[in-house]
Design a protein around this ligand. Structure first.
Ligand code: CA
Length: 412
């Protein structure tokens, strides 16, 4: 890929390079109304202002909204053109944008919002390392993976209403837990609050009830990706999850990063996925490289202290890829809508340093982690902040996601 250079000053290590150009919803601090923008370096291209200046061929109205749903629904032909037009305007000499710098806004001067109205949220369970680790701890070390796992991209329907944008605090949930050796459950604040390092994809196209999306066509239905922290209360989860799966141990909150990185921006970072053995059923077969080499990091920062990296993982470890997830999700005729979120499931690698949850890092609470400030953690304590970051980099070209962070407030 040819490396592009912008006339705009972009920090060399910025996640938001000229090759990225992700979409988000922002408002100016104090009095601003929400509108759509594209991140570039430490600034934002105000798309409504760009459209008003007639530098892109889309109605400004579609950008003066509180979500990107209507814009995304215009289809990839339009959304890709807007992104490439903005790229051209930021690269070409004598660009008309250079003379209209009021269209560029400092990220430091804005507040970011949840970029989409999320109709439905599905959470997969597609990391073989994570599923194996959890199976060993919660069930049977000898048969950690259930018999269906290598045949089905296992998932469940999550709760869309409690997905919040990065920076939103999360209140420690209360619920039923079954203490060890007790005969009856008790109601109390979760003592095993955890993060789950995930990425989510945002669907960009509706289907009709009864339709299925093939693995071949799936990319047309994926608008882009975000970082996703699927907060989990392990003690609540452990007591409630049999037989229908996660419920209140998950639905109290999930956090997502504000900038949606398009699938097109991630194209250069595609890699082959792990070999799938046994062979999958025909509707899950795919061709080509459909995993993405995205480096991921989780840091835990206690109140008034320094951040400590607890995990370095990578999206490329996923056993099931996004095409297979979408094909599976729709094979029964279930319809999808623009703005649905489908998350990967916890992204763990083989190595302990790449585990994507405290459950695995502390191995069920048996191996405390010592942080930089000398304190120890098995799970997340009150006023801890969890920060996840992710980026892809190749041949000097970087495409990053910024971060998703959230602070845990004490239970009320
Ligand atoms: Ca999850």
């Amino acid at each position: 890929m040819k490396k592009l250079t912008s006339w705009l000053d972009i920090p060399a290590d910025s996640d938001f390079s000229i090759h990225n150009l992700p979409f988000g919803i922002f408002s100016k601090k104090k009095k601003g109304k929400t509108r759509a923008g594209i991140a570039i370096g430490n600034q934002i291209v105000d798309l409504a202002a760009l459209a008003e200046a007639e530098l892109i061929d889309v109605s400004p109205f579609v950008f003066r909204q509180s979500t990107l749903n209507d814009f995304i629904a215009l289809g990839k032909k339009v959304t890709n053109k807007v992104r490439l037009d903005v790229q051209r305007l930021l690269v070409e000499a004598d660009s008309p944008l250079q003379k209209k710098q009021e269209i560029l806004i400092l990220q430091a001067d804005v507040q970011m919002h949840l970029p989409i109205h999320i109709g439905d949220y599905t959470d997969f369970y597609s990391s073989i390392e994570h599923a194996t680790n959890v199976g060993k701890m919660f069930r049977d070390p000898e048969n950690a993976l259930l018999p269906n796992w290598k045949h089905i991209p296992v998932g469940y329907h999550g709760r869309a209403s409690s997905i919040v944008v990065s920076g939103t605090p999360i209140r420690r949930p209360k619920g039923q837990v079954m203490p060890k050796d007790a005969t009856a459950p008790v109601f109390k604040p979760s003592e095993r609050l955890d993060f789950e390092l995930e990425m989510g994809f945002i669907t960009g196209k509706n289907t009709q009830l009864g339709d299925s999306v093939s693995t071949t066509d799936a990319a047309d239905y994926i608008f882009g990706l975000v970082l996703f922290n699927d907060w989990s209360a392990r003690d609540i989860q452990k007591w409630e999850y049999v037989p229908l799966g996660p419920f209140l141990g998950k639905s109290f909150g999930s956090s997502m990063s504000p900038w949606i990185v398009t699938l097109e921006a991630l194209e250069p970072f595609k890699v082959a996925g792990p070999k799938q053995d046994p062979k999958v059923l025909p509707y899950l077969k795919y061709t080509g490289k459909n995993n993405y080499d995205i480096q991921l990091e989780v840091a835990l920062q206690p109140e008034n202290s320094v951040a400590h990296t607890v995990s370095n993982s990578n999206l490329k470890y996923m056993y099931w890829n996004m095409r297979q997830q979408l094909a599976h999700h729709t094979i029964n005729g279930c319809n999808i809508n623009v703005g649905d979120v489908m998350a990967s499931g916890t992204i763990s690698g083989k190595d302990e340093s790449s585990y994507g949850s405290m459950l695995e890092i502390s191995w069920g609470g048996s191996k405390p982690v010592t942080l930089k400030d000398g304190s120890t953690r098995t799970f997340i304590e009150d006023n801890d902040t969890v920060i996840m970051r992710g980026f892809a980099e190749k041949d000097g070209i970087k495409v990053g996601f910024g971060e998703v962070s959230g602070t845990i407030l004490p239970s009320d």
